[in-house]
Design a protein around this ligand. Structure first.
Ligand SMILES: NC(=O)c1ccc[n+]([C@@H]2O[C@H](COP(=O)([O-])OP(=O)(O)OC[C@H]3O[C@@H](n4cnc5c(N)ncnc54)[C@H](O)[C@@H]3O)[C@@H](O)[C@H]2O)c1
Ligand SMILES: [Zn+2]
Length: 351
């Protein structure tokens, strides 16, 4: 079981159970150069109080999630003395936790790792739930494993240096999780939204912990993603297609925000609660997601079809009807999909 810890000043107070778990072992801190420059030194200093530590640099962003990086990093680790008892620390966003988690899953057939997520998205989503992996040229996240870290330590202070576009991405995924899983959380999110947008650290700390907890509770019911874990795909069916057809020029978070907006046109005719949907769209609107560039309806439909094929267990749409109440695997007839998409695209592509 992964332990999740969120808050301010976590590292100076590494809890005794983790100290006991780590003591006497060799540790490797893996991170990219921008994150190391911002936070690496302090993190390394605190970890060195607990165990022997070496630091290894990874490429920044999605470029870290390559098999070539996995191979080079594994070789570097072995040359520096890594063995089965070593622990890897993933300091960075979701790209770092995906790569390092996968490396930990396959190195010596599985070693321990600790997630130190530095983006809001990684704190409340990517580092939670045990999915790890790398991309292939033809498909994102094509190779991977379920290999949860022993702990996730989400230090709120790290979020102070986050660019606002990255903050927005995390907030988009927070809206997604609250909308499909937890009515009380959705209610709180509305209440705290302005302070969250202002990057209030107490609020962000609360948010990471709560959203991660909601995700972890769902994952516990469907670890291998064969059933209800598909709920977390809300907004991602169109979102993934938007990323693909724009050549990834639209960020994942922004694409998912547009993807959730689109689902309104499928949800409302099926009897979803209008007030809830107005609130959900209101939250997204206040995020200031940039408008979509022009996109072809045909290409989008083709990309949606491809996305569904690669996610066999999750064909169908995720449609929230009321706060915390959503259905997954909803089949939408092609004619309705085409019509809704046409209206969505001609309706002004903005938020
Ligand atoms: N495994 C899962 O369940 C899961 C879930 C969601 C997303 N993901 C994956 O997560 C990845 C996206 O993660 P992400 O959004 O964190 O992106 P990311 O890891 O690319 O980080 C985004 C950028 O933020 C910078 N950064 C990180 N922390 C910072 C900080 N504290 N201050 C300033 N800059 C900082 C990084 O240098 C990077 O350039 C994708 O590859 C996606 O597939 C995985
Ligand atoms: Zn997502």
């Amino acid at each position: 079981m992964t332990r999740h810890l969120y808050g301010r000043g976590l590292l100076p107070e590494v809890p005794s159970w983790l100290k006991a778990e780590l003591s006497g072992r060799g540790g490797f801190l893996l991170s990219s150069s921008p994150v190391l420059a911002l936070h690496g030194q302090r993190v390394a200093q605190h970890l060195r109080a607990v165990l022997r530590l070496e630091v290894l640099e990874l490429p920044d962003g999605e470029a870290a999630k390559r098999l070539s990086v996995l191979e080079q990093t594994a070789e570097a680790l072995i040359l520096r003395g890594a063995e089965r008892g070593s622990v890897l620390f993933a300091l960075g966003g979701g790209t770092v936790s995906d790569l390092v988690g996968f490396l930990a899953a396959v190195l010596f057939r599985g070693i321990s790792w600790v997630a130190l997520p530095t983006t809001l998205l990684a704190q409340l989503d990517a580092a939670v739930g045990g999915k790890t992996g790398v991309d292939l040229g033809v498909l994102k996240n094509a190779l991977g494993a379920f290999h949860p870290p022993i702990a996730v330590l989400g230090e709120t202070e790290w979020l102070t240096t986050l660019p606002s576009s990255e903050l927005r991405s995390g907030l988009v995924e927070a809206v997604k999780t609250a909308a499909v899983l937890d009515a009380a959380l959705f209610e709180e999110l509305k209440r705290r939204w302005v302070r969250l947008l202002q990057r209030d650290l107490e609020e962000l700390s609360w948010l990471s912990a709560k959203v991660a907890q909601a995700k972890a509770a769902l994952v516990a019911t469907d670890f291998e993603d064969r059933g209800p874990r598909a709920l977390l795909n809300f907004g991602h069916t169109l979102g993934h297609a938007l990323e693909a057809v724009t050549g990834y020029s639209v960020s994942h978070g922004d694409a998912v925000a547009h993807g959730m907006r689109f689902v309104a046109s499928l949800a409302l005719p099926r009897g979803a609660d209008g007030k809830f949907w107005a609130e959900l769209l209101g939250l997204l609107e206040r995020l200031g997601v940039p408008k979509l560039p022009p996109v072809s309806e045909q290409k989008l439909l083709a990309a949606i079809g491809r996305d569904k094929k690669t996610q066999k267990a999750k064909t169908g749409w995720v449609i929230p009807f009321r706060p915390g109440e959503a259905q997954w695997g909803v089949e939408v007839p092609d004619s309705e999909l085409r019509e809704s998409l046409r209206r969505f695209l001609s309706d002004g592509t903005g938020s």
